[in-house]
Each structure stands twice: as C-alpha cells, then as structure tokens.
Ligand binder design. Structure first.
Ligand code: 13P
Length: 250
C-alpha cells in the first residue's frame, strides 16, 4: 500500500443540494484530523455548494465525469473549465456506469483523461471487468486493455496526477466485495501494466484504489494489501459514520 491512503466518496446520482451540503459538512468534521487523503464527488448540480463547504479543508472536491469537448454545442455536457471554475480538482473518468449504461468507449475516456490533465485537473481512471468477463478468465485482459487505452498518450510526468480505481463491476452496489486476495492480484497485475507503459518509478508511485462494496467492515483488510492504496466508495460514502471509519484506516 502507498500511504497516506486515498479515500474517495463517489456520491453518484444521490443527494439534493441541501442533503449534499449536510453530508459534506459531516464528512469534513469526521475526517478533519484524519491522516489520509480525502475526496468527495457530488453530482454536477451540487458541486458549487459542496465546494464552499470543503474549501480550506483536507477534503478535495471531485466531479464524476466531464465532457470530451472544451466548449460549444454539446447540450447536457459539462466542461473541464466549468468544473475548475467551481473548485473541482479531480475528475472521476471511465466509471463502469459510464461505460456500461452510457456506452462510453475507451477512446472517449482517453480523450477526457487527456483533456482533464491538459487543463490541470487530476484524474481517477476507473477500470474493471464484468462478471461474465471474470468467469471467462478475462479479468486481467479487460483491465489491461482499459488501462492501456485509457492512458494512451499520457506522459509519465502527468501520471503523477492520475489515480487508477479498480472496480470489478460485479462488486459494485451488490454487497459482493472482491476478496482482499482477489483484489490484490488484479492491483498487482495493473501495476505491472503501468510498469511496462511508464517504467518502475511511475508504477511504484501510482495509487490504485479499490472500489466495489467497500465498507466500514471490510476496508481495513482490503487496505492492508500491498497494492491497494485507497478506496473509491459508493454506498458507504453516503453515510458519514461509515465513510469516517474507512477514512481513518491507517
Ligand atoms: P459501491 O461502494 O456502492 O459498491 O460503489 C462503488 C463504486 O462504484 C464507486 O465508484
């Protein structure tokens, strides 16, 4: 594990503005003395309000997506410049819900990754296999392809601003967590892919988060593994007390 851990809450399409502000206040209070790195990613409409709450604290503001384009006729899209203007530092890209519900390709995700990095945002790139891919013995191949294509033409220097999140799709929101050993195996494999793409130094320094039913009961065991460097947490991040337990794992 790389330390401090990077503990991130992906709030997905949950919380109205007032609820998001309240949760952000609770998270800020809960982690203010924490030793790890923290991020919350509310929905677009709640970013500005949550930004005011986390400003000047040890909680980073993240967004859940951004457009492939910088500006113009793209109805319904949100640009990196807009995100930056409300205090976003980091954008989550390639989440499995974006890939599988909204049809985002590796090429689109790579375009977003490069655009975000070029505009000074940090990136959390999500990768992970479907259940049928795991059962067919293709988990590593899928993760390798998503990693290579997602990071195509990203420089070794810019990798300092990239975190990978391994989120096996079958473990997301299902209560089925990958066992610490299964997760560790993929994390180590992905680190090997990073090594072949960017060299030892980048591979050693890059954070790889685990996501998929991580919660207050299983986080410590997952985070104890040598290649698991943090968590990208959905459901358990919506309850400040649960997020707080994960946030304080050391
Ligand atoms: P859950 O923690 O709800 O399984 O969600 C994980 C996730 O998709 C975080 O991005």
């Amino acid at each position: 594990m790389r330390k401090p851990y990077f503990i991130a809450g992906n709030w997905k399409m949950n919380k109205t503005k007032d609820e998001a502000v309240e949760l952000a206040r609770q998270v800020v209070e809960a982690v203010k003395d924490g030793k790890n790195r923290y991020l919350v990613a509310p929905s677009f409409t709640n970013l500005d309000a949550v930004s005011s709450v986390v400003k000047g604290t040890n909680v980073i503001l993240g967004a859940q997506n951004c457009s492939t384009e910088e500006a113009g006729a793209h109805t319904g899209e949100v640009s990196v410049g807009m995100l930056k203007s409300v205090g976003v530092q980091t954008v989550i890209l390639g989440h499995s819900e974006r890939r599988h519900i909204y049809g985002e390709s590796d090429e689109m995700i790579n375009k977003k990754v490069r655009l975000a990095l070029a505009n000074g945002l940090d990136v959390i790139l999500c990768i992970g296999e479907l259940l049928e891919e795991r059962e067919a013995g293709k988990a590593e191949a899928v993760c390798e392809e998503q990693t290579r294509k997602g990071l195509k033409d990203v420089s070794a220097q810019d990798m300092a601003r990239v975190t990978i999140a391994y989120e096996p799709v079958w473990a997301i929101g299902t209560g089925k967590t990958a066992t610490p050993d299964d997760a560790q195996a993929i994390h180590a494999f992905v680190r090997g892919v990073l090594k072949s793409m960017f060299g030892d130094d980048v591979a050693e320094k890059t954070y790889i988060q685990y996501g998929g039913s991580m919660n207050d009961g299983n986080a410590a065991d997952l985070l104890a593994k040598p290649d698991i460097d943090g968590g990208l947490i959905g459901g358990a991040a919506l309850v400040a007390e649960k997020f707080s337990v994960i946030a304080h794992v050391e």
